[in-house]
Write a protein that binds this ligand. Structure first.
Ligand code: ZN
Length: 124
């Protein structure tokens, strides 16, 4: 008894997953595949599909890992960025404060210089 293409293709999943317990069914599929090139192609495509799925599923696990790592890195990067931004703000604040102090100092010294010059002029 020959099975139809529909049945053969319908059983592809079971056949590939070794879920066909009935040896007659397996035999029927095998004999159908021998005589039916389109179903052979279908089974090959099914193989490709499942191996693709498998190779897709395996990295998908590490993809999840990557996702977690990415998230961790993102959080770290955010923290680092925050830290860096704070550092930059701190540095520029220090530089700003320093330059302000420098300006104040210059003004003070020039003022005191003026004062001294004025004093000198007064005493002269
Ligand atoms: Zn067929």
């Amino acid at each position: 008894m020959n099975i139809t293409c529909e049945v053969a293709r319908d059983m592809a999943e079971l056949y590939k997953a070794d879920l066909l317990i009935n040896k007659e069914s397996i035999q029927q599929i095998r004999s159908h595949l021998k005589t039916c090139p389109s179903c052979r192609e279908y089974y090959k495509a099914y193989d490709r599909h499942t191996t693709e799925q498998r190779s897709k599923n395996q990295p998908s696990f590490s993809d999840d890992m990557d996702e977690v790592q990415k998230r961790t890195y993102a959080i770290l990067a955010k923290k680092m960025n925050h830290h860096r931004i704070m550092e930059i703000i701190g540095t520029s604040a220090a530089i700003g404060a320093g330059s302000i102090m420098l300006i104040i100092g210059l003004v003070m010294t020039s003022k005191s210089l003026h004062k001294n010059i004025n004093k000198g002029a007064e005493t002269l």
